[in-house]
Design a protein around this ligand. Structure first.
Ligand SMILES: Nc1ncnc2c1ncn2[C@@H]1O[C@H](COP(=O)(O)OP(=O)(O)OP(=O)(O)O)[C@@H](O)[C@H]1O
Length: 207
């Protein structure tokens, strides 16, 4: 299980306070709530990228002590963001981007999984569409066989058919590996279809 318990987190001041959320293996939890309610902040805490002010994060029974990219437990969690162009080095080809966590360039199976052909793998981000780049980001997120996948507005930039294709790839990965998924979206219809249950954060207090 990936569990956040009594999480209070934010920047100068807290944006979420005393929030608890559990993602069980094999399950998909949706995370909804108005803009500014702290969905991305909670996602970053659960992805071990942002240290909460208080509260604990546990992965499969182990309490997390190190936050940020280098934390050893990070490799158990894959993350996908809304804007693939901000998360891929523009100098990399898609093949290099997918290979980044692997340490070798054999990305064939991962590319097949997300339906990227060889021709696309040799292009750089500015030569492909947002959907094609997000496919590469999904392949990269799955490269180390994460136990949990956190998708923060992963499909906001994408059309309906690419959205359906990526959700299908994630479902198939989940069926194969029993991974748990946290899916953040503004799209209630998508979450209704995709998630087994949805947690809603409430609106932030007025400033
Ligand atoms: N890096 C940051 N530094 C300072 N404040 C931030 C930072 N990131 C987010 N915030 C603030 O924290 C609050 C919650 O933001 P967050 O992105 O977590 O909410 P959200 O629910 O994901 O919003 P949205 O649906 O618009 O993406 C907002 O007021 C935002 O301005």
């Amino acid at each position: 299980m990936l569990t956040g318990t009594d999480i209070t987190a934010g920047y100068r001041s807290a944006v979420i306070s005393g929030v608890s959320l559990t993602v069980r293996p094999g399950r998909t939890v949706g995370l909804a709530g108005p803009s500014g309610s702290g969905k991305s902040t909670l996602a970053r805490v659960l992805a071990l990228l942002h240290k909460p002010f208080s509260g604990t994060v546990e992965i499969d029974g182990e309490t997390v002590t190190g936050f940020r990219f280098k934390a050893a437990q990070r490799t158990r969690i894959g993350v996908l963001f809304q804007q693939p162009r901000l998360s891929v080095d523009p100098r990399f080809t898609l093949r290099q981007a997918i290979a980044e966590p692997l340490g070798h360039q054999e990305v064939g199976e991962l590319a097949d999984l997300v339906m990227l052909t060889g021709d696309l793998l040799d292009r750089r981000p500015h030569e492909v569409s947002d959907g094609q780049l997000q496919r590469a980001c999904l392949a990269r997120a799955l490269a180390l066989n994460p136990r949990y996948l956190i998708c923060d507005e992963m499909t906001t930039m994408l059309d309906a058919s690419t959205t359906a294709a990526l959700v299908g790839v994630i479902r198939a990965y989940q069926a194969r590996t029993n991974a748990g998924v946290l899916a953040i979206s503004h799209d209630a219809t998508l979450l209704d279809r995709w998630a087994d249950e949805t947690v809603r954060l409430s609106a932030p207090p007025p400033r």
